[in-house]
Design a protein around this ligand. Structure first.
Ligand code: ACO
Length: 323
C-alpha cells in the first residue's frame, strides 16, 4: 500500500509586523475589540517589492531543507493561493523556475481561497497514490494585504500575509490517511472579491475590487460546517475523537477554532494556534501552523493530525495524517 508521507515542513512570514494599535490609527477599531472578537494581536504584511511567489519560494526551500531534499528531487508542485503574482504563469510555475525544479515536472495553482492548502494537499496526495508523482511540494502562499480594503474595519483587521509548505513522498508507511473536500457556490454573496479579468477589473475604482465579507453570517456557516467535517473525517477512518493528537485548524478566528476543538472534546493545548501572531493568512495558515508546531517540537512523529479549513466559495476540507 502506498501513502503520501510528510518528509519536511517550512514556513515564511514577511518581516513587517502590523499591530492592532497600528490599525487603531487607520480605522475605527480597538485592540480590545479585535482581540476579544478574533483572538488576533498582530499580523505580518509583505514589503512593497515582495510577491506571493517570493514568500512561497522561501517556505518551500525551508521545507526541502527539512526533508533533506533538493529541488531536482521534486516532480510535482501544487500551490494554494487566491492572491497569485499574475494571471499566468501560475505562481507554482514561477516557484518551479525560481527554485530550479526540474523542467518538465508538473506545477500548478489550486484556487479555493482559505481552503486552498487542503485542496492542494488533496490533489498532491492523489497524484502520489496513483503513481503520477513520487515527491511533491505542497504550498499555501498569500498576499492578502493586496486584496484588503484598508478602510473597512470589518475585514482589514483580520488578514495577514505569509507562506507555508510541506514535502510529500511516496512511502509504504502512513501517511495521509484521508482527505475530504467540499464546495457550495451558492454563498458567493457572503464572501467574495468582485475583481477579475472577465468581469472587467479595469473599470473598478478605489475599494470596489477588494475583499467583501458578511463576517457574522460566514462565522455561523463556518462553525456548523467544520463541526460536520470533523465527524465525516473520523467516521471515514473508523476512528474516535480521542484518537486525534493535534487539531491544526485554519486560523481565521479563535472563536471558530474553540468551537471546533469543543466539538472534538480536545483541550486547547492540543490545538495549534497561530491566529494571534499571524492573523488569517488564508491558504498559508494551516501549513504555517503545522510548521510552527513541528519546529518547536510539539508535534512528534507517529502522532495523528487533523487539518481542517473553511473559506470563500464556500470551500471546506480536511485531512487526517499520521505524521
Ligand atoms: N472594530 C470594532 N468594531 C467592529 C469591527 C472592528 N474591527 N468590525 C466590526 N465591528 C462592529 C460591527 O460594525 C458591529 O457593530 P454594530 O453592532 O454597531 O453594527 C459589531 O462590531 C458586531 O459585528 P459582527 O460582524 O456581528 O461581529 P462578529 O462578532 O461576528 O465578528 C468577525 C466579526 C470577526 C468578522 C467574525 O464574524 C468572523 O470571524 N467571521 C468569519 C471569518 C471567516 O472565517 N472567514 C472565512 C475565511 S476568509 C477567506 O476565505 C478569504
Amino acid at each position: 500500500m502506498t501513502y503520501a508521507s510528510i518528509k519536511g515542513t517550512g514556513g515564511y512570514l514577511p518581516e513587517r509586523v502590523v499591530t492592532n494599535a497600528e490599525l487603531e490609527r487607520l480605522v475605527d477599531t480597538s485592540d480590545r475589540w479585535i482581540q476579544e472578537r478574533t483572538g488576533i494581536r498582530e499580523r505580518r504584511i509583505v514589503g512593497e517589492d515582495q510577491t506571493c511567489c517570493d514568500l512561497a519560494v522561501i517556505a518551500a526551500s525551508r521545507a526541502l531543507d527539512a526533508a533533506g531534499m533538493k529541488p531536482s528531487d521534486i516532480d510535482l508542485v501544487t500551490l494554494g493561493t487566491c492572491t497569485p503574482d499574475r494571471v499566468f504563469p501560475s505562481t507554482a510555475c514561477l516557484v518551479q523556475r525560481e527554485l530550479g525544479i526540474t523542467p518538465g515536472a508538473v506545477a500548478f495553482d489550486v484556487g479555493a481561497a482559505c481552503s486552498g492548502f487542503v485542496f492542494a494537499l488533496d490533489v498532491a496526495n492523489r497524484f502520489i497514490l496513483t503513481g503520477g508523482a513520487r515527491r511533491a511540494l505542497v504550498i499555501g502562499a498569500e498576499t492578502m494585504s493586496r486584496i484588503i480594503d484598508w478602510t473597512d474595519r470589518g475585514t482589514c483587521v483580520l488578514f495577514g500575509d505569509g507562506a507555508g509548505a510541506l514535502v510529500l513522498e511516496a512511502d509504504d508507511t502512513p501517511g495521509i490517511l484521508s482527505t475530504h473536500l467540499h464546495t457550495d457556490g451558492s454563498f458567493e454573496d457572503l464572501l467574495n472579491v468582485p475583481w477579475g479579468v472577465s468581469q472587467g477589473y479595469d473599470k473598478l475604482e478605489g475599494s470596489a475590487g477588494k475583499l467583501k465579507m458578511r463576517g457574522n453570517e460566514v462565522f455561523r456557516v463556518a462553525v456548523r460546517t467544520l463541526g460536520r467535517i470533523v465527524d465525516e473525517t473520523l467516521e471515514a477512518n473508523g476512528l474516535n475523537k480521542r484518537d486525534v493528537d493535534w487539531l491544526i485548524p485554519h486560523q481565521a478566528n479563535i472563536r471558530i477554532i474553540q468551537a471546533t476543538a469543543k466539538k472534538l472534546g480536545l483541550p486547547m493545548d492540543r490545538v495549534v494556534q497561530t491566529v494571534a501572531e499571524h492573523g488569517n493568512t488564508s491558504a498559508a495558515s494551516i501549513p504555517l501552523a503545522l510548521d510552527t508546531a513541528v519546529r518547536d517540537g510539539r508535534i512528534k512523529r507517529g502522532e495523528l493530525l487533523l487539518l481542517e479549513a473553511f473559506g470563500g466559495g464556500f470551500t471546506w476540507g480536511s485531512a487526517l495524517i499520521r505524521y
